[in-house]
Design a protein around this ligand. Sequence first.
Ligand code: MTE
Ligand code: MO
Length: 214
Amino acid sequence: MSIFSRRAKESEVASQNRLPPGQSLTERFPVLHYGPTPQYATLESWDLRVFGLVEEDVTWSWEEFNKLPRTDTVMDIHCVTRWSKFDTLWSGVAMKTLIDEGFIKPLPEAKYVIQHCEHGYTTNTSLEFLLQETVLLATHFDGKPLTPEHGYPLRVTVGSKADRSERETKYFWKGGKWLRGLEFRAKDEPGFWEVNGYNNNADPWEEERFSRRW
Ligand SMILES: Nc1nc2c(c(=O)[nH]1)N[C@H]1C(S)=C(S)[C@@H](COP(=O)(O)O)O[C@H]1N2
Ligand SMILES: [Mo]
């Protein structure tokens, strides 16, 4: 894809109010994470644990997870390192579906959720944030299973809709790759990047990249 076409697309999304301040459009799919990429030879010992302030803890095997009701969602994703990727197609299980249909039953005190990922990566949001259409526990990108470096077998997605209809958007670090647990809590707790200087609220439209603490 030529640079001229990239520029033209960037102007187009900018004119549609889809390009957050300080971001530029990429047509690639950069890989960004701290630490090694988990490799799974098999998913036999993989599970996803839901725990904390929920009526009952739940643990899904890969087979069980794949029987949950599925959704496709198209969204724009925004990385704090200044790239945005538009019209990305993800498939998986929406957090909202899990809660609306009673697969997860948060207690009334549950206000925040910590995503727990392989190798100890964590990230945090409010529970309310996770009920938006753009938040999937995604198994597929662009119709194909996630690649190892993009989070195979399961990651969280966060992004914005083309019509900007979501209440809140977050930078893409709030989407944990290699997700293994969801912890429901009454109080917020900063995750990996949030402890390491990134802004806890992480709204790309407000350009909330770094924490004011330093
Ligand atoms: N487990 C884990 N998930 C993670 C990260 C990480 O370091 N570890 N980095 C985050 C960051 S900073 C970004 S921008 C996105 C990048 O996703 P991608 O590599 O699929 O583009 O993953 C997020 N999820
Ligand atoms: Mo990032």
